[in-house]
Design a protein around this ligand. Structure first.
Ligand code: SAM
Ligand code: SF4
Length: 334
């Protein structure tokens, strides 16, 4: 047996690393960020070389899937340098998948480069097809820019999955039309429940729409066929018979997804979170910056994995309307 693998106390193998490459973003989605977010000073953020080093160490420890996220990964300066560097692990076969989650605003510029670097599929967040609503949800985004980005991704041969946060009173009337639109475009789609992360200057209870209700409503109009399809992620998938596309639900609040958890998250400052919904973390930056010796870093990673908790404690209800964790999703990257 390969003893370099990362195995946590509950015998889960950690083979998926999500990396937030920047906390910055060109949008300010209402459920994700406050309008007046303060971003980190550049000196706190890992350089692209440091990110390459730490990601490569994780690959040597058995990580098979790397997802770059943020903030918005494609607004990080020279991001293609990092993606091209990391793609060497795809060529050796050590890494099975390199992918990213993006808001799509920069895809027109980058889609071809991403495909050339060996990226096969990407997740793009889009909560509405209504231009006015889009600019309200994102506080100032331009829907056409994202739609053009999606068209560019499709032309470049990238497989696209749309991520849609289900928001009560905002896009709950649009979920059917999003399903139809994804069917036409050949995109899969996943609906996500709002998670209570970080102060955003809005009431979570006002945004929260349980996906159990969404699913029951959709099932009135669509034939949702159970499937065993898994991406190693928390989504439960169905085949939508009428569109031929997949529909996923990420339900951290109405359904706990922790028992199969295979992932950890690295922030752009080199902090490793073993669980999206817990505060416990390990500072890897100190090891990256203090020593060129990878062994110290490897030990720190293994020690952190030995503390991975069994699960999260997210809860939103009328008596608990506070963030379960104080950091924003843009810090750990979702
Ligand atoms: N900027 C990129 C994007 O929007 O796809 C990547 C980072 S974003 C933080 C990753 C995902 O987290 C997006 O799909 C976004 O909709 C989702 N997200 C952000 N805040 C959330 C929250 N409080 N609850 C649930 N999902 C959230
Ligand atoms: Fe930016 Fe993504 Fe957060 Fe929206 S969800 S503010 S696009 S990081």
């Amino acid at each position: 047996m390969n003893d370099t693998r990362l195995i946590d106390p509950f015998k889960r193998q950690i083979d998926y690393l999500r990396v937030s490459v920047t906390d910055r973003c060109d949008l300010r989605c209402v459920y994700c960020m406050a309008e007046d977010m303060t971003f980190l000073p550049k000196s706190d953020v890992l350089s692209l070389e440091e990110l390459d080093r730490i990601c490569s160490i994780f690959v040597s420890l058995g990580v098979k899937k790397l997802r770059l996220t943020g903030g918005e990964p494609l607004v990080r300066k020279n991001i293609m340098w990092l993606i091209n560097r990391l793609s060497r692990h795809l060529r050796t076969g050590d890494l099975e998948e390199l992918t990213l989650t993006s808001n799509g605003t920069q895809l027109e510029k980058y889609a071809q480069d991403l495909a050339r670097a060996g990226i096969k599929r990407i997740n793009v967040s889009l909560d509405t097809l209504d231009a006015l609503k889009f600019s309200k949800i994102t506080r100032w985004g331009n829907l056409d820019q994202v739609l053009n980005g999606l068209a560019a991704a499709k032309n470049a041969g990238l497989k696209v999955k749309i991520n849609t946060v289900a928001l009560k009173g905002v896009n709950d009337d649009e979920l059917d039309s999003l399903l139809i639109w994804c069917g036409e475009k050949g995109f899969d789609i996943t609906f996500i429940e709002v998670m209570p992360m970080g102060e955003i200057g809005e009431e979570r209870i006002d945004q929260y729409l349980p996906l159990s209700m969404v699913r029951a409503k959709l099932a009135e109009n669509w034939t949702l066929k159970n499937t065993n399809y898994r991406t190693g992620g928390p989504a439960r998938y169905f085949d939508v018979v009428e569109t031929g596309q997949r529909l996923g639900f990420i339900t951290p609040l109405t359904h706990n997804f922790c028992e199969m958890c295979n992932r950890v998250r690295l922030t752009c400052t080199g902090t490793l979170f073993m669980c999206l919904g817990q505060e416990d973390a390990a500072d890897l930056r100190v090891h990256i910056r203090n020593s060129d010796d990878d062994e110290t870093l490897i030990e720190a990673i293994k020690e952190a994995i030995s503390r991975k908790p069994k699960g999260h404690d997210f809860i939103i209800n009328r008596t608990n309307n506070q963030p379960s964790v104080s950091r924003h999703m843009s810090v750990t990257g979702g």
